[in-house]
Design a protein around this ligand. Structure first.
Ligand SMILES: Cc1ncc(C[n+]2csc(CCOP(=O)(O)OP(=O)(O)O)c2C)c(N)n1
Ligand SMILES: [Mg+2]
Length: 371
């Protein structure tokens, strides 16, 4: 990277890429992938639909319907590519931005919105979807994932674990500890780092002096850097790493080199700390446009297909909005429900106290629920 060029605009030489920003297929000896036209169209559809859900969520937050939203704009390929590489038996541990992975795990987007609307504490059963709850505490999910992977290993199960985290998270002690445990115990886990170049307002160069994927070698397992805006490459690289994990070859660190095109969250204003030409340079590498160009150039899809996907995206956006606004407010005592996996005497006592307190108001707990 030169000092003058916008951050990440010049693709590093080690980057694994199978589809250029112009939509040209590139061969790679280790990571090639055969995709049927139907599979490519399906990946394109996923990318468009998750972007649409994300845009709708940002709009809902702006209209006061969500407390907060962390946009995935620009990171769709990293999430759909890696998410589609998972099998049903694999387990995924997300951060708060993995809406595309949630989509691949069949988690209803409205359940994600519910958390950001403050009507649930996560909203889905992790075991129903093999998709863990969102984690806001940076990096902590890497320890949960390694522990889970070590359990899978002890059960002798044929499943892998994938854990998502950001470039900023690599500076956390938890992440480094999880690398050590995964390495020493040869845990079947894939560390999927979406390097979106920013940790809120902290740029990548404040986190590392070397490319992030190179960190893995110091811990004793392979690290690779993939073009995070290339859905083919993300799919191929993650498939291989998951297969390695399942077959007892231990962990892999994947650095998906991408860019956060939006704000960190809806509470953030990136114009205060980054220059506009950086975003403009990355717009040319848009993860959706390159798949569209590839489909067009190779006559694998016609205008009718693209119009149909756009119409489907609009319908999905409307549906998600309607169902978000219809989400019921929880009963006040619901906050005590999932503190522990089972009953707990202290939590029961606190619930009773709180209900007695609410009963002191006119209308009792019902009034509390409506406030
Ligand atoms: C332990 C901890 N420290 C600080 C924060 C505040 N915080 C929230 S997001 C964030 C930046 C994370 O950046 P990165 O890991 O690159 O992920 P990204 O948001 O870019 O996807 C920070 C510091 C937090 N949530 N948890
Ligand atoms: Mg980041």
């Amino acid at each position: 990277m030169t000092a003058e060029a916008p951050r990440g605009a010049d693709a590093p030489p080690e980057l694994i890429q199978l589809l250029t920003p112009e939509g040209e297929r590139v061969e790679h000896p280790d990571y090639d992938i055969e995709l049927t036209a139907e599979e490519v169209r399906s990946l394109y559809r996923d990318l468009v639909l998750v972007r649409r859900v994300d845009l709708e969520a940002v709009a809902l937050q702006r209209q006061g319907e969500l407390g907060l939203w962390a946009s995935l704009l620009g990171q769709e390929a990293a999430q759909i590519g890696s998410g589609r590489a998972l099998t049903d038996a694999d387990m995924a541990f997300p951060t708060y931005r993995e809406h595309g992975v949630a989509w691949c795990r069949d988690v209803d987007p409205v359940k994600l919105l519910g958390m950001f609307r403050g009507v649930n504490h996560g909203g889905w059963d992790p075991y129903e979807h093999n998709f863990h709850l969102y984690t806001i505490v940076i990096g902590s999910q890497t320890l949960h994932a390694v522990g889970y992977a070590m359990g899978v290993q002890r059960d002798g199960a044929e499943a892998a674990t994938i854990v998502y985290f950001g470039d900023g998270a690599t500076s956390q002690g938890d992440v480094n500890e999880s690398f050590i445990w995964a390495s020493v115990f040869n845990a079947p886990v894939v560390f999927f780092c979406q390097n979106n170049q920013w940790a809120i307002s902290e740029p990548l160069e404040k986190q590392t002096r070397i490319p992030l994927y190179k960190r893995a070698s110091g811990f004793g397992f392979p690290g690779i850097r993939v073009d995070g805006n290339d859905v083919f490459a993300c799919l191929a690289v993650t498939r291989k790493a998951l297969a390695d994990a399942r077959s007892g070859q231990g962990p892999t660190l994947i650095e998906a080199f991408t860019y956060r095109m939006g704000a960190h969250t809806t509470s953030d204003d990136p114009t205060r700390y980054r220059v506009a030409n950086e975003l403009e340079a990355w717009k040319l590498k848009d993860p959706i446009e390159r798949v569209k160009a590839y489909l067009f150039k190779n006559q694998l899809a016609d205008q009718e297909f693209f119009d149909k996907v756009d119409a489907e995206a609009d319908a999905l956006g409307k549906d998600v909005r309607r169902r978000c606004l219809e989400l019921p407010d929880p009963k006040p005592e619901a906050m005590f429900d999932h503190v522990y996996g089972g009953p707990h005497a202290l939590v029961d006592e606190e619930r009773e106290q709180y209900l007695a307190y609410l009963a002191g108001f006119e209308g009792g707990a019902e009034t509390g629920a409506e406030r």
